[in-house]
Ligand binder design. Structure first.
Ligand code: GP9
Ligand code: MN
Length: 628
């Protein structure tokens, strides 16, 4: 027999001996690519073949460690499990346009309202993910009982395992590293799970999610000492002492309508471009409202969801990732829960995918009675990221009119979303020299959203809703990212910008409109999104428990603390990444005084307290202690 023939027969023997693994790999690869296609109806990113193939290699590599019969059982079982996971993922996707996570499954009870809708989406075609396990079953038995002349040695098994495993891991690592470079917080914040799955495949997504879930739980498994718990509790008791009665209960019993506006950055307020106001409607409403012009966004890895989290709980964002994802199973003392205790109906409204930022789970944890997400709206017009602000706000008014009063409605807009490139949707707004720049596109986008907000607010007026409602409007976070900040500086004629100057542009407007335009004026108190809940607690005469923020209407503190550890007290600004202090008035760098050092240490402790609150679900323990 020639050399070639010997080689040929060896290869044939190798393929026959490992037919089970080859078949398994082909079937799983097919299923994963079919799933990838189903969640990317518009365009399948073919780069996903690499991480998908890598994830199959990794799984297959473990089978090399087993004897023939065990190996068959292992492969068959894994194939069945993956098939069932893909069926559940497809059902979840069809309803939420999202991917299930451990946290979502763990909080499945929180999704009870939609489980029937999700299961109603089961389609017979989806059983393609498991049909092979039925067809292959008889062959499995025959192949398993077939006499084996060759059983590889333990060394061979380990060598083959390592070869295949390391190959799979290295291909996978390359794909995951690329996505981590493109969107650094995505793997920990899991804000856009569908995008992540499209990039790295279903198995890798679940591996990342499982890793996040386990690492958070391992980190939090250490029980807090009773001294630490007592220290946190006394800090919070002290921080939540009532510090005044200005406007206390002023809005008690009234409806509360909070509108979180996507990327509403303060620099656009009361400004013109090419002689025309950028936000004429907000400017008009500011003149008949209480306006806070030193109000900062304090978001971190959770971006928009952090803005919601802070505004509704007065807890700092997660140290990494998104609290809306990592801590969605915690108990909260949220604004909705407190208003519900005062017999309010509470609803969150947002015209985008319910699973984005894990809102469908988190709003339940925040005790909202209902969440009107994308499926609750007629997506009859899209501007920017999805349902147009115009259509969202028009439809939302009709919903508000059906709510049992008093109600708390938390609305989150969408159209003015980075990179603000839907110029057609935004309509004509001349931005002069800023045309075709991020800044210029933003001005168009926020001008469009301002127009819709103006119509919404005027309609509330016409419907008589403003007469017995408190209306709160604020921006969720910056609009112009750091990489485009020079466009903003040139628009603002800022020369020699430094970190202090950058921070001074990280404000968002906070507008509080009272019935009959009462209490209007400009309040210069330095504050941030952490302070909204305590301020509303004062206005609605709600108890103040477990809040880290201050009541902006009854505080002489100008403290604003950011997740990065940076802070201001209204006179100095501390920039944590350069460990530098600035005098706000003079703009000069100043030395660290004992007083500033003490504040820095106190504020660092405070962030730690908030982290422990989240990591150890302390509100649940504190509330449990109360009921004893
Ligand atoms: C998505 C919208 C945008 O629902 O809130 O979130 P962002 O990308 O701004 O964090
Ligand atoms: Mn946002």
């Amino acid at each position: 027999m020639s050399i070639d023939m010997i080689k040929q027969s060896r290869v044939t023997h190798f393929l026959i001996r490992n037919l089970d693994i080859i078949l398994f790999a082909a079937i799983i690869f097919f299923k994963l690519m079919l799933y990838a296609k189903q969640i990317s109806p518009e365009y399948l990113y073919m780069g996903v073949t690499h991480p998908v193939f890598a994830s199959v290699l990794i799984l297959a590599s473990f089978s090399m460690l087993f004897e023939h019969k065990t190996r068959m059982n292992f492969l068959y079982t894994i194939n069945l499990i993956i098939g069932l996971v893909l069926i559940s993922d497809i059902m979840y996707y069809k309803y939420f346009k999202d991917v299930t996570t451990v946290a979502a499954l763990r909080n499945i009870k929180l999704l009870s309202g939609v489980s029937s809708s999700v299961t109603s989406l089961i389609d017979i075609k989806d059983f393609i993910y498991v049909i092979d396990t039925i067809i292959l079953f008889p062959f499995l038995k025959r192949y398993k009982n077939a006499k084996r002349k060759y059983n590889s040695t333990a060394v061979n098994k380990i060598v083959f395992f390592l070869l295949i495993f390391v190959t799979g891991i290295s291909i996978d690592a390359k794909s995951v590293a690329a996505i981590a470079k493109e969107q650094p917080t995505l793997l920990s914040a899991m804000s856009n799970r569908i995008y992540l799955t499209k990039m790295i495949g279903n198995l890798n997504f679940h591996a990342v999610d499982a890793y996040n879930y386990i690492s958070t739980n391992v980190k939090n498994s250490k029980k807090l000492s009773s001294e630490r718990v007592t220290e946190i509790k006394s800090y919070l008791d002290d921080n939540n002492q009532i510090t005044g009665s200005n406007l206390r209960g002023e809005a008690q019993g009234k409806n509360l309508i909070v509108i979180q506006v996507e990327a509403l950055q303060q620099f656009a307020i009361n400004k013109k471009v090419d002689g025309k106001e950028i936000t004429p409607n907000l400017n008009k409403w500011i003149n008949k409202s209480l306006y806070f012009d030193n109000y900062f966004y304090q978001v971190a890895g959770g971006n928009t969801s952090d803005a919601e989290f802070m505004s509704n709980n007065s807890l700092y964002p997660a140290a990494s990732g998104a609290a809306y994802y990592t801590y969605s199973g915690n108990q909260y003392n949220s604004l909705a829960s407190q208003l519900k205790n005062s017999d309010y109906y509470t609803a969150a409204l947002h015209g985008y995918s319910e699973g984005f930022w894990n809102r469908n789970v988190m709003y339940k944890s925040e005790s909202f009675d209902n969440f009107y997400g994308e499926h609750s709206f007629n997506v009859n017009e899209e501007v920017g990221l999805g349902l147009s602000d115009k259509s969202f706000l028009d439809q939302s008014i009709e919903k508000l009119k059906t709510f049992k009063e008093p109600y708390y409605s938390f609305l989150v807009t969408l159209s003015s979303h980075f990179p603000y490139d839907d110029s057609q949707g935004y309509g004509d707004f001349n931005v002069g020299q800023y045309e075709n720049s991020i800044l210029g596109n933003y001005l168009k986008g926020i001008h469009y959203t301002d127009e819709q907000l103006g119509m919404f607010l005027d309609k509330l007026d016409q419907e008589g809703i403003t007469k017995n409602s408190l209306i709160v409007i604020y921006g969720d976070h910056f609009a112009i990212p750091k990489e485009n900040i020079n466009e903003l500086y040139s628009f603002e004629n800022v020369n020699n910008p430094d970190d202090l100057k950058w921070f001074q542009y990280q404000k968002v407007p906070l507008i509080i409109h009272f019935p009959e335009d009462e209490n209007k004026g400009v309040n210069h108190t330095y504050g941030g999104q952490m302070d909204l809940y305590p301020t509303l607690a004062n206005l609605f005469n709600l108890p103040r428990d477990y809040m880290f923020g201050k009541d902006l209407l009854n505080s002489n503190s100008n403290k604003v603390l950011f997740r990065s550890g940076s802070f201001t007290d209204g006179n100095a600004f501390y920039v944590s990444w350069t460990n530098t202090y600035y005098n706000i008035k003079t703009g000069n760098i100043i030395p660290e005084t004992d007083e500033l050092k003490k504040k820095k240490e106190e504020y660092t402790r405070e962030l730690g307290y908030s982290d422990d609150m989240l990591n150890h679900n302390l509100i649940k323990s504190f509330e449990g202690d109360k009921s004893k």
